[in-house]
Design a protein around this ligand. Structure first.
Ligand SMILES: Nc1ncnc2c1ncn2[C@@H]1O[C@H](COP(=O)(O)OP(=O)(O)OP(=O)(O)O)[C@@H](O)[C@H]1O
Length: 256
């Protein structure tokens, strides 16, 4: 998947300018940078989630297997089954654990031989099966926050996407639950391409293969702050030998 000349506007406000990024298959890419630099905006552009934000407009291309997902005639709902998303706050449906997983495959009309097998596969894939296998009919709301987030990951992988977008998936979790999600991400990357927005630089350094650092550039006349991509490289290079002074200042805690 690759982004070419991505610009995003909210009404007249130019939120993100001219972003080019190519994501490595079966890699984890972290999007980092100070608050308001457009990380979530870029992430939401990758599966047309910005279509649901009133006033949002996207220019440029997001090429997925060679096809621009913004091309005329592309169905955004189909895009989101291939490019799934996990949000900051765990948001299970008010349904049973089983139904949380079965819902996506049912509504997207996925051909499923055995729903029970698919539910088990998704829950195993999200490292949750052993904890919930005896209470599949119970409400998802009875799970802990970390379990709920793994359920949301299971729900996402149930429709068999090949890209998973994660918007600060651990920010509402304690360190133990965070560590479990990080371990899970490292397992999931064998089967999926993962793009994660995180405020936690240690997390980016621990889990990601590549890191994109964004910052916000202020327009002197209008005072508006527009997000730009500063640097994109292997995570080890970004954290040990960044090419741009702004990256170095950010990762060493001098700004942001
Ligand atoms: N729905 C919206 N309507 C108007 N402006 C928005 C909307 N969503 C985001 N913005 C603006 O776009 C800019 C980028 O926001 P975005 O949330 O993408 O940044 P971010 O880097 O993810 O920030 P944070 O780290 O604080 O979550 C900000 O100036 C923000 O106020």
């Amino acid at each position: 998947m690759a982004v070419e000349g991505l610009n995003v506007f909210y009404g007249d406000f130019h939120a993100v300018q001219n972003v080019d990024l190519a994501f490595g298959r079966n890699e984890i890419t972290a999007l980092i940078g100070p608050s308001g630099c457009g990380k979530s905006t870029v992430l939401r552009s990758l599966n047309r989630m910005n279509d649901l934000v009133s006033g949002a407009r996207v220019e440029g291309a997001v090429n997925y297997h060679g096809q621009n997902i913004y091309a005329r005639g592309v169905d955004p709902i189909a895009v989101r089954t291939h490019i799934g998303m996990v949000f900051q706050k765990p948001n299970p449906f008010p349904k049973s654990i089983y139904e949380n997983i079965a819902y996506g495959p049912k509504v997207t009309g996925m051909k499923v031989d055995s729903m029970d097998d698919l539910v088990e596969e998704a829950l195993r894939g999200a490292a949750l099966w052993d904890e919930v296998k005896d209470k599949l009919k119970q409400s998802a709301y009875g799970l802990s926050g970390g379990q709920q987030q793994r359920l949301c990951i299971a729900r996402t992988i149930a429709t068999r996407p090949d890209v998973i977008l994660m918007d600060e998936p651990c920010s509402a979790l304690d360190p133990i639950a965070t560590s479990r999600i990080e371990d899970l991400m490292l397992e999931l990357k064998q089967d999926f391409t993962i793009i994660i927005v995180t405020h936690n630089m240690q997390q980016a350094a621990r889990v990601s293969d590549r890191t994109a650092f964004f910052t916000a550039r202020q327009d002197e006349t209008t005072g508006n702050r527009t997000g730009v991509l500063v640097e994109y490289d292997a995570t080890s290079s970004i954290f040990s030998n960044p090419a741009d002074q702004r990256t170095e200042d950010y990762i060493s805690g001098r700004f942001g």
